[in-house]
Design a protein around this ligand. Structure first.
Ligand SMILES: Cc1cc2nc3c(=O)[nH]c(=O)nc-3n(C[C@H](O)[C@H](O)[C@H](O)COP(=O)(O)O)c2cc1C
Length: 237
């Protein structure tokens, strides 16, 4: 038990550790009957990766993948130490992969210091992973504004709540700020969030991974030098 009046109980951990080991051993990936693993015809892929991404995305949505647009975004701080968190994908086309956040957040600070990031999608319904790496730029403010205002009242309220990644003194403070933000979002849906920024990752490298029952997973990597044409090749799994 925590004796210091902390926010949670702390046990000695043994029972929980055993449960975790048992659970970990009981779980499978690429299990037939749970996951269907489509064949990946690498001879029939498009010449550039965003078209393949769009096709795979539509297929995982059709396969019932929940929240396939929730993507892990990895950044690095000024010293090069990595960090990662989930964001929503706002778009992917020949201009790049886009997501939105506060430029004043921790990740916003990372992107200001090192404007380079990686994304990874995992879509277990079809045993697929997609990795994207490249430099990141902020889209023009007008584009960020229209992107935000095309989204839900909740998305606007979350953006207006602000102060992302700052220490929070209490959940009451959050409730007060959030209720005010929801009010504002409902009554003034055109309100702007000055720090809310739409970022676009320009891909230099995109890798498509298709899981295979016998672990002969197929990895297809697209890459390009700056301004050059897309090249592609297979990788050992
Ligand atoms: C499903 C899901 C979607 C999220 N989408 C976003 C998003 O689009 N933008 C965002 O700033 N944070 C989003 N978050 C919250 C981030 O994961 C993270 O907690 C927050 O952005 C602060 O990260 P940072 O301290 O590294 O800047 C999402 C979290 C989850 C679980």
């Amino acid at each position: 038990m925590a004796e210091d009046g902390g926010i949670g109980d702390i046990t000695d951990g043994t029972a929980g550790d055993r449960d975790l080991d048992d659970l970990l051993r009981s779980l499978r990936v690429w299990a037939p009957g749970v996951t269907s693993l489509p064949a990946f015809d690498v001879g029939a892929v498009p010449g550039e990766p965003s078209a393949l991404f769009t096709a795979w995305f539509a297929e995982v949505v059709a396969a019932g993948e929940r929240e396939p647009h929730a993507v892990s975004l990895a950044t690095a701080d000024e010293e090069g130490r990595p960090d990662v968190r989930i964001v929503m994908l706002h778009g992917a086309d020949e201009r790049g992969w886009s997501f939105a956040t506060h430029r004043t957040s921790r990740k916003g600070g990372h992107l200001a210091a090192r404007p380079y990031a990686a994304l990874v999608f995992y879509w277990p319904a079809l045993g697929r992973q997609v990795r994207v790496r490249g430099p990141v730029t902020a889209a023009p403010a007008a584009e960020a504004r229209s992107d935000l205002h095309a989204r839900s009242t909740g998305a606007l309220a979350a953006a207006l709540t602000g102060r992302q990644s700052e220490p929070l003194a209490s959940l009451d403070d959050l409730r007060t700020a959030s209720e005010a933000a929801w009010d504002r979002a409902r009554t003034h849906p055109e309100t702007e969030s000055p720090t809310w920024t739409l970022y676009r990752l320009t891909p230099e490298e995109v890798e498509f991974f298709q899981g295979e029952e016998h672990r002969r997973h197929v990895r297809l990597r697209y890459w390009r030098e700056e301004g050059g044409p897309w090249q592609r090749g297979l990788l050992w799994p």
